[in-house]
Design a protein around this ligand. Structure first.
Ligand SMILES: NC(=O)c1ccc[n+]([C@@H]2O[C@H](COP(=O)([O-])OP(=O)(O)OC[C@H]3O[C@@H](n4cnc5c(N)ncnc54)[C@H](OP(=O)(O)O)[C@@H]3O)[C@@H](O)[C@H]2O)c1
Length: 232
């Protein structure tokens, strides 16, 4: 199961895993975007299921879990790519924005992972958290987002410590700026010219996830930081 699959990094990961023969259920809120992903997969001869859900809504999460179990049986790979980003200096940022980012970036992956623990245990599965370099060191203007990503790192570290005896591997990936709709909005907010050629591409991260998952079960990549070579 891949969250955030309707756009950007999660979309690229979904297609790449499907290309590698993984049965993927792609989720996000935007059903049209998910349908266009399925169409692209179909066109390439790949099978990919989708189910729209707002991950901050417990009932919608339940529906998603029913769907994923109906489609795939027990989940053996869980990729958390859904994320929300809001800017603002701590002096003036809205607490409502902190709540929103906490709900999407922390609580949703927490509860979803929690509800899939029996699957992950029984399959000795993999959990991949798409974190951010802001989850390692916070810049000015993103205290809320960075705080949620630091929390996500902590969640991944505890989960790994708790689950490795079951053969469950947990990987946090910390990408720098990546050419996605989220990053394009960030460029706009920073009043910068959009230069996707200077950024990571979603496919770069999809390759990394695919290679990480393809390692033999005895080896796990725990953390990986990826920067654009030419930082914009
Ligand atoms: N782009 C970057 O430069 C960059 C760098 C470092 C880390 N990241 C992280 O990478 C991840 C993917 O980001 P991206 O750049 O690919 O952004 P994106 O293109 O904006 O995609 C974000 C995804 O999150 C989903 N999402 C947001 N709120 C949701 C909710 N309440 N319920 C379900 N899904 C929700 C969106 O789906 P819907 O809109 O369909 O709900 C969308 O599929 C995020 O965790 C982000 O923090 C991005």
């Amino acid at each position: 199961m891949v969250t955030g699959a309707s756009s950007g990094i999660g979309r690229a990961i979904s297609l790449r895993l499907a290309r590698d023969g993984v049965r993927v259920l792609a989720t996000g809120r935007n059903e049209q975007a998910l349908k266009s992903l399925v169409k692209e997969a179909d066109g390439a001869g790949l099978a990919l299921d989708h189910f729209p859900a707002d991950l901050t809504d417990a009932d919608e999460q339940s529906g998603l879990l029913d769907a994923v179990h109906g489609c795939l049986g027990a989940v053996s790979v869980l990729v958390h790519s859904a994320g929300a980003y809001r800017r603002g200096q701590l002096a003036g940022a809205r607490v409502a924005d902190l709540d929103l980012q906490f709900a999407v970036n922390v609580q949703a992956p927490y509860t979803l992972t929690q509800r899939l623990i029996p699957d992950l245990r029984s399959t000795s599965g993999d959990v991949v958290f798409v974190n951010s370099t802001q989850g390692l060191a916070a810049s000015a203007g993103v205290s809320q987002y960075a705080a949620t990503k630091h929390a996500l790192r902590a969640m991944a570290d505890s989960l790994r410590a708790e689950m490795s005896s079951n053969g469950v591997r947990v990987c946090s990936i910390y990408p720098g700026r990546t050419a996605t709709p989220m990053q394009e909005k960030i460029f706009q907010a920073e009043d910068r010219t959009w230069r996707p050629d200077c950024l990571l591409w979603p496919d770069d991260l999809a390759d990394i996830v695919a290679h990480t998952l393809a390692l033999p079960a005895r080896a796990q990549v725990t953390e990986l930081t990826v920067w654009p070579t030419h930082r914009p």
